[in-house]
Write a protein that binds this ligand. Structure first.
Ligand SMILES: Nc1ncnc2c1ncn2[C@@H]1O[C@H](COP(=O)(O)OP(=O)(O)OP(=O)(O)O)[C@@H](O)[C@H]1O
Ligand SMILES: [Mg+2]
Length: 254
């Protein structure tokens, strides 16, 4: 899962980079877009999301999870890469579940992932930044949370509130969750270096990815074919991403 209570810090872009890289490496990947903004769904599935027959998290996020329906909502993207999409109406599904006090509201996404976990090596969950029943579901369903942050006070505040949510889920649900903060869109100026030093002082080394990702103009090489430049190792940001991906493979996927 990629999460921060701050918007626009690189959650969806990071997940897309991870999905592209590891699917090409042979890992079987399923992205679950649980963000009503549906950024990844629209980028990857394009017009499919506007069709009447489009099945998405909006149809799956309900009191009773139907594994057959979950399988019908899987769209193949490329070799080893599938997606379950989202739509704006996911907010309505969330409200319906919230009003149903007789169901296990926090474990719906967990049940959805259980339907498909044998078919994939990695399931990647994307959310919008606002704390909600959906994001609580995300924490409960996740083993590992990537917390991207840009180099500013508001994003740092997003890291702090995200960490406090993770601690609440660990305490309240007895769930072990690993996480790491990823400094993203860093510039080569002294303010951003000072930000990095401050965050280094506040967090332990094992709470932070060893490599920071610098700002790269136009990170999408070609939005039509949904390819980020990041996972090509021939740019500085590409090399930085390579070392983050290596760290994920070494420490999360082992
Ligand atoms: N390293 C980078 N350099 C430059 N631009 C970047 C970088 N990483 C992400 N971006 C851009 O920043 C914007 C926000 O990224 P993204 O949509 O991934 O953030 P998000 O956290 O998922 O946002 P939201 O909270 O709205 O879901 C996008 O336009 C993306 O292309
Ligand atoms: Mg996003």
């Amino acid at each position: 899962m990629a999460y921060s209570t701050k918007g626009g810090v690189g959650k969806s872009t990071s997940l897309l980079t991870i999905a592209q890289y590891f699917s090409k490496k042979g890992y079987r990947i399923c992205i679950i877009d649980a963000d009503p903004q549906a950024n990844l769904s629209k980028t990857i599935l394009k017009d499919e999301v506007f069709k009447d027959e489009y099945l998405s998290m909006t149809d799956l996020f309900s009191a009773k999870v139907d594994c057959e329906k979950v399988h019908k909502a899987i769209y193949n993207v490329t070799d080893n890469l599938d997606i379950i999409g989202s739509s704006l109406a996911l907010v309505n599904s969330e409200q319906l579940v919230r009003s149903n006090t007789m169901c296990d509201q926090g474990r719906i996404i967990n049940k959805i992932t259980q339907c498909i976990e044998d078919e994939y090596d990695i399931i990647l969950l994307d959310f919008n930044p606002f704390p909600s029943l959906l994001t609580t579901n995300g924490f409960i369903a996740s083993d590992f949370v990537i917390i991207p942050t840009t180099c500013d006070e508001w994003a740092a505040d997003g890291v702090a509130t995200t960490l406090s949510q993770i601690y609440q889920v660990i305490e309240g649900f007895g769930k072990e969750i690993k996480y790491k903060v990823l400094i993203n869109q860093k510039s080569r100026n002294k303010d951003d270096r000072a930000f990095e030093e401050e965050i280094n002082a506040q967090l332990n080394a094992d709470q932070l990815f060893k490599t920071n990702i610098h700002y790269q103009a136009k990170p999408f090489k070609n939005k039509d074919i949904c390819v980020t430049d990041f996972n090509k190792g021939n740019t500085t940001v590409g090399q930085e991403w390579q070392s983050v991906l290596d760290e994920i493979e070494r420490e999360v996927l082992r």
